[in-house]
Structures are given as structure tokens and as C-alpha cells.
Ligand binder design. Structure first.
Ligand code: Y12
Ligand code: CO
Length: 175
């Protein structure tokens, strides 16, 4: 399966992803194809809609204390639901679908997530810090929300101007 990452302002990024109800080879092939594209793009999280599949599937591989991302730390979440949330944490976020832009975003510090693994087994995770931020960022993707949608009106306007300019320059250098 050949995948590529959609970039803002692609309208597909606004789609609401659909729940998974079959834990079959098709799902496994999607998961297996998402992992190398996330890792080769230096990502720590990826939602299926970012690779044009509107399914409630996310991958996470948070760097460890040595800043490494071994394959055994990969978490695949199917149909994730955040059931509890508290506290506040601000972190400078980035997204593979919004290249070269990073901004402080405030989210919940502690969350509990219910999800299914690739075989359809029920899982529960209580987490905080970077993992909590990443899960909230990726679950937002499943609902068609990008981190830039959380910017203030003036910051968003500034972003749109800068992003458009950068995209124009990118196009020119490709020619
Ligand atoms: C904290 C904040 C955000 C998330 C969501 C997942 N985000 C990512 O995985 C973003 C990765 C990313 C990687 C980039 O590539 C390099 O740094 C080489 C990147 O670079 C460019 O845009 C050129 C941007 C974003 C989880 C936790
Ligand atoms: Co993202």
C-alpha cells in the first residue's frame, strides 16, 4: 500500500473519520503501511486521515528518555475515546500535515483513553505529558480538527499569510 501525507489546506483533513468494525487484513495492511511513513517523516503521531483513509485509527510512538523511538514502543489505537480529562499543559505542537509550523497549544494534562488494538481487544490507558498531548492531537484529526484550528483569530490570520507565502516559494523552487 503506497501512502502519502496530505498537507493543509487539503479539504480531506476536515473529514470525520469512520469507526472500525472489522479487525481484518485490510486494517492490518493500513496499520503496517502507516508506520514506515510516520517514522520516515520523523513523526511521533499519525492519524489515518492524514494518509487519505477516513478511519478512526491512530499511531503513536513517543520518543523515550534517549530520544529514540523503538518499534516496540509503537501504540496503535483503533476507535479511541477520551473518557476522562483534567489539568492543563501547554506545548509547542507540530503536525506532519502542516509542515514548518509550530505553535503553543494548551490541552488537558491527564487523560484516560479507551481504545481497541488491531485484534479488537479493549484497552485502557491513563497518561500525561507528551503522550497525552499526542493522543489529543491525533483524536482531533479523527474529528477533522487541526491544531491550527485552536489558534486565536489574529494568530491564525498570521499563520495563513505565512503558510501561503511558504507554499508559493516551495512551488517555485520545485519548478
Ligand atoms: C506533541 C505535539 C504534536 C504531536 C502530534 C504529532 N506530530 C508530529 O509527529 C509532527 C512531526 C513533525 C516532523 C517534522 O519533521 C522533522 O522535524 C524533520 C516536521 O518538520 C517539518 O515540518 C519540515 C514537522 C512536524 C504529538 C506530540
Ligand atoms: Co497532526
Amino acid at each position: 500500500m503506497k501512502l502519502s501525507i496530505l498537507e493543509y489546506p487539503n479539504k480531506r483533513l476536515k473529514e470525520i473519520s469512520k469507526e472500525i468494525n472489522k479487525f481484518d487484513e485490510k486494517l492490518h495492511k493500513l496499520l503496517d503501511a502507516m508506520y514506515p511513513i510516520m517514522m520516515s517523516s520523523n513523526g511521533i503521531g499519525l492519524a489515518a486521515i492524514q494518509v487519505s483513509h477516513a478511519k478512526r485509527v491512530i499511531l503513536l510512538n513517543i520518543p523515550d528518555e534517549d530520544n529514540e523511538q523503538p518499534a516496540e514502543n509503537l501504540i496503535e489505537m483503533i476507535n479511541p475515546i477520551i473518557t476522562e480529562q483534567r489539568g492543563e499543559i501547554t506545548y509547542q505542537e507540530g503536525c506532519l500535515s502542516v509542515p514548518n509550523f509550530y505553535e503553543d497549544i494548551t490541552r488537558y494534562e491527564n487523560i484516560t483513553i479507551n481504545y481497541l488494538d488491531r485484534e479488537g481487544n479493549t484497552k485502557l490507558l491513563e497518561t500525561d505529558g507528551l503522550m497525552s498531548i499526542a493522543v489529543q492531537h491525533e483524536v482531533d484529526h479523527l474529528n477533522g480538527i487541526l491544531f491550527i484550528d485552536k489558534l486565536s483569530y489574529s494568530r491564525r490570520k498570521k499563520f495563513e499569510k505565512e503558510y501561503k507565502k511558504a507554499q508559493k516559494e516551495k512551488k517555485l523552487t520545485k519548478k
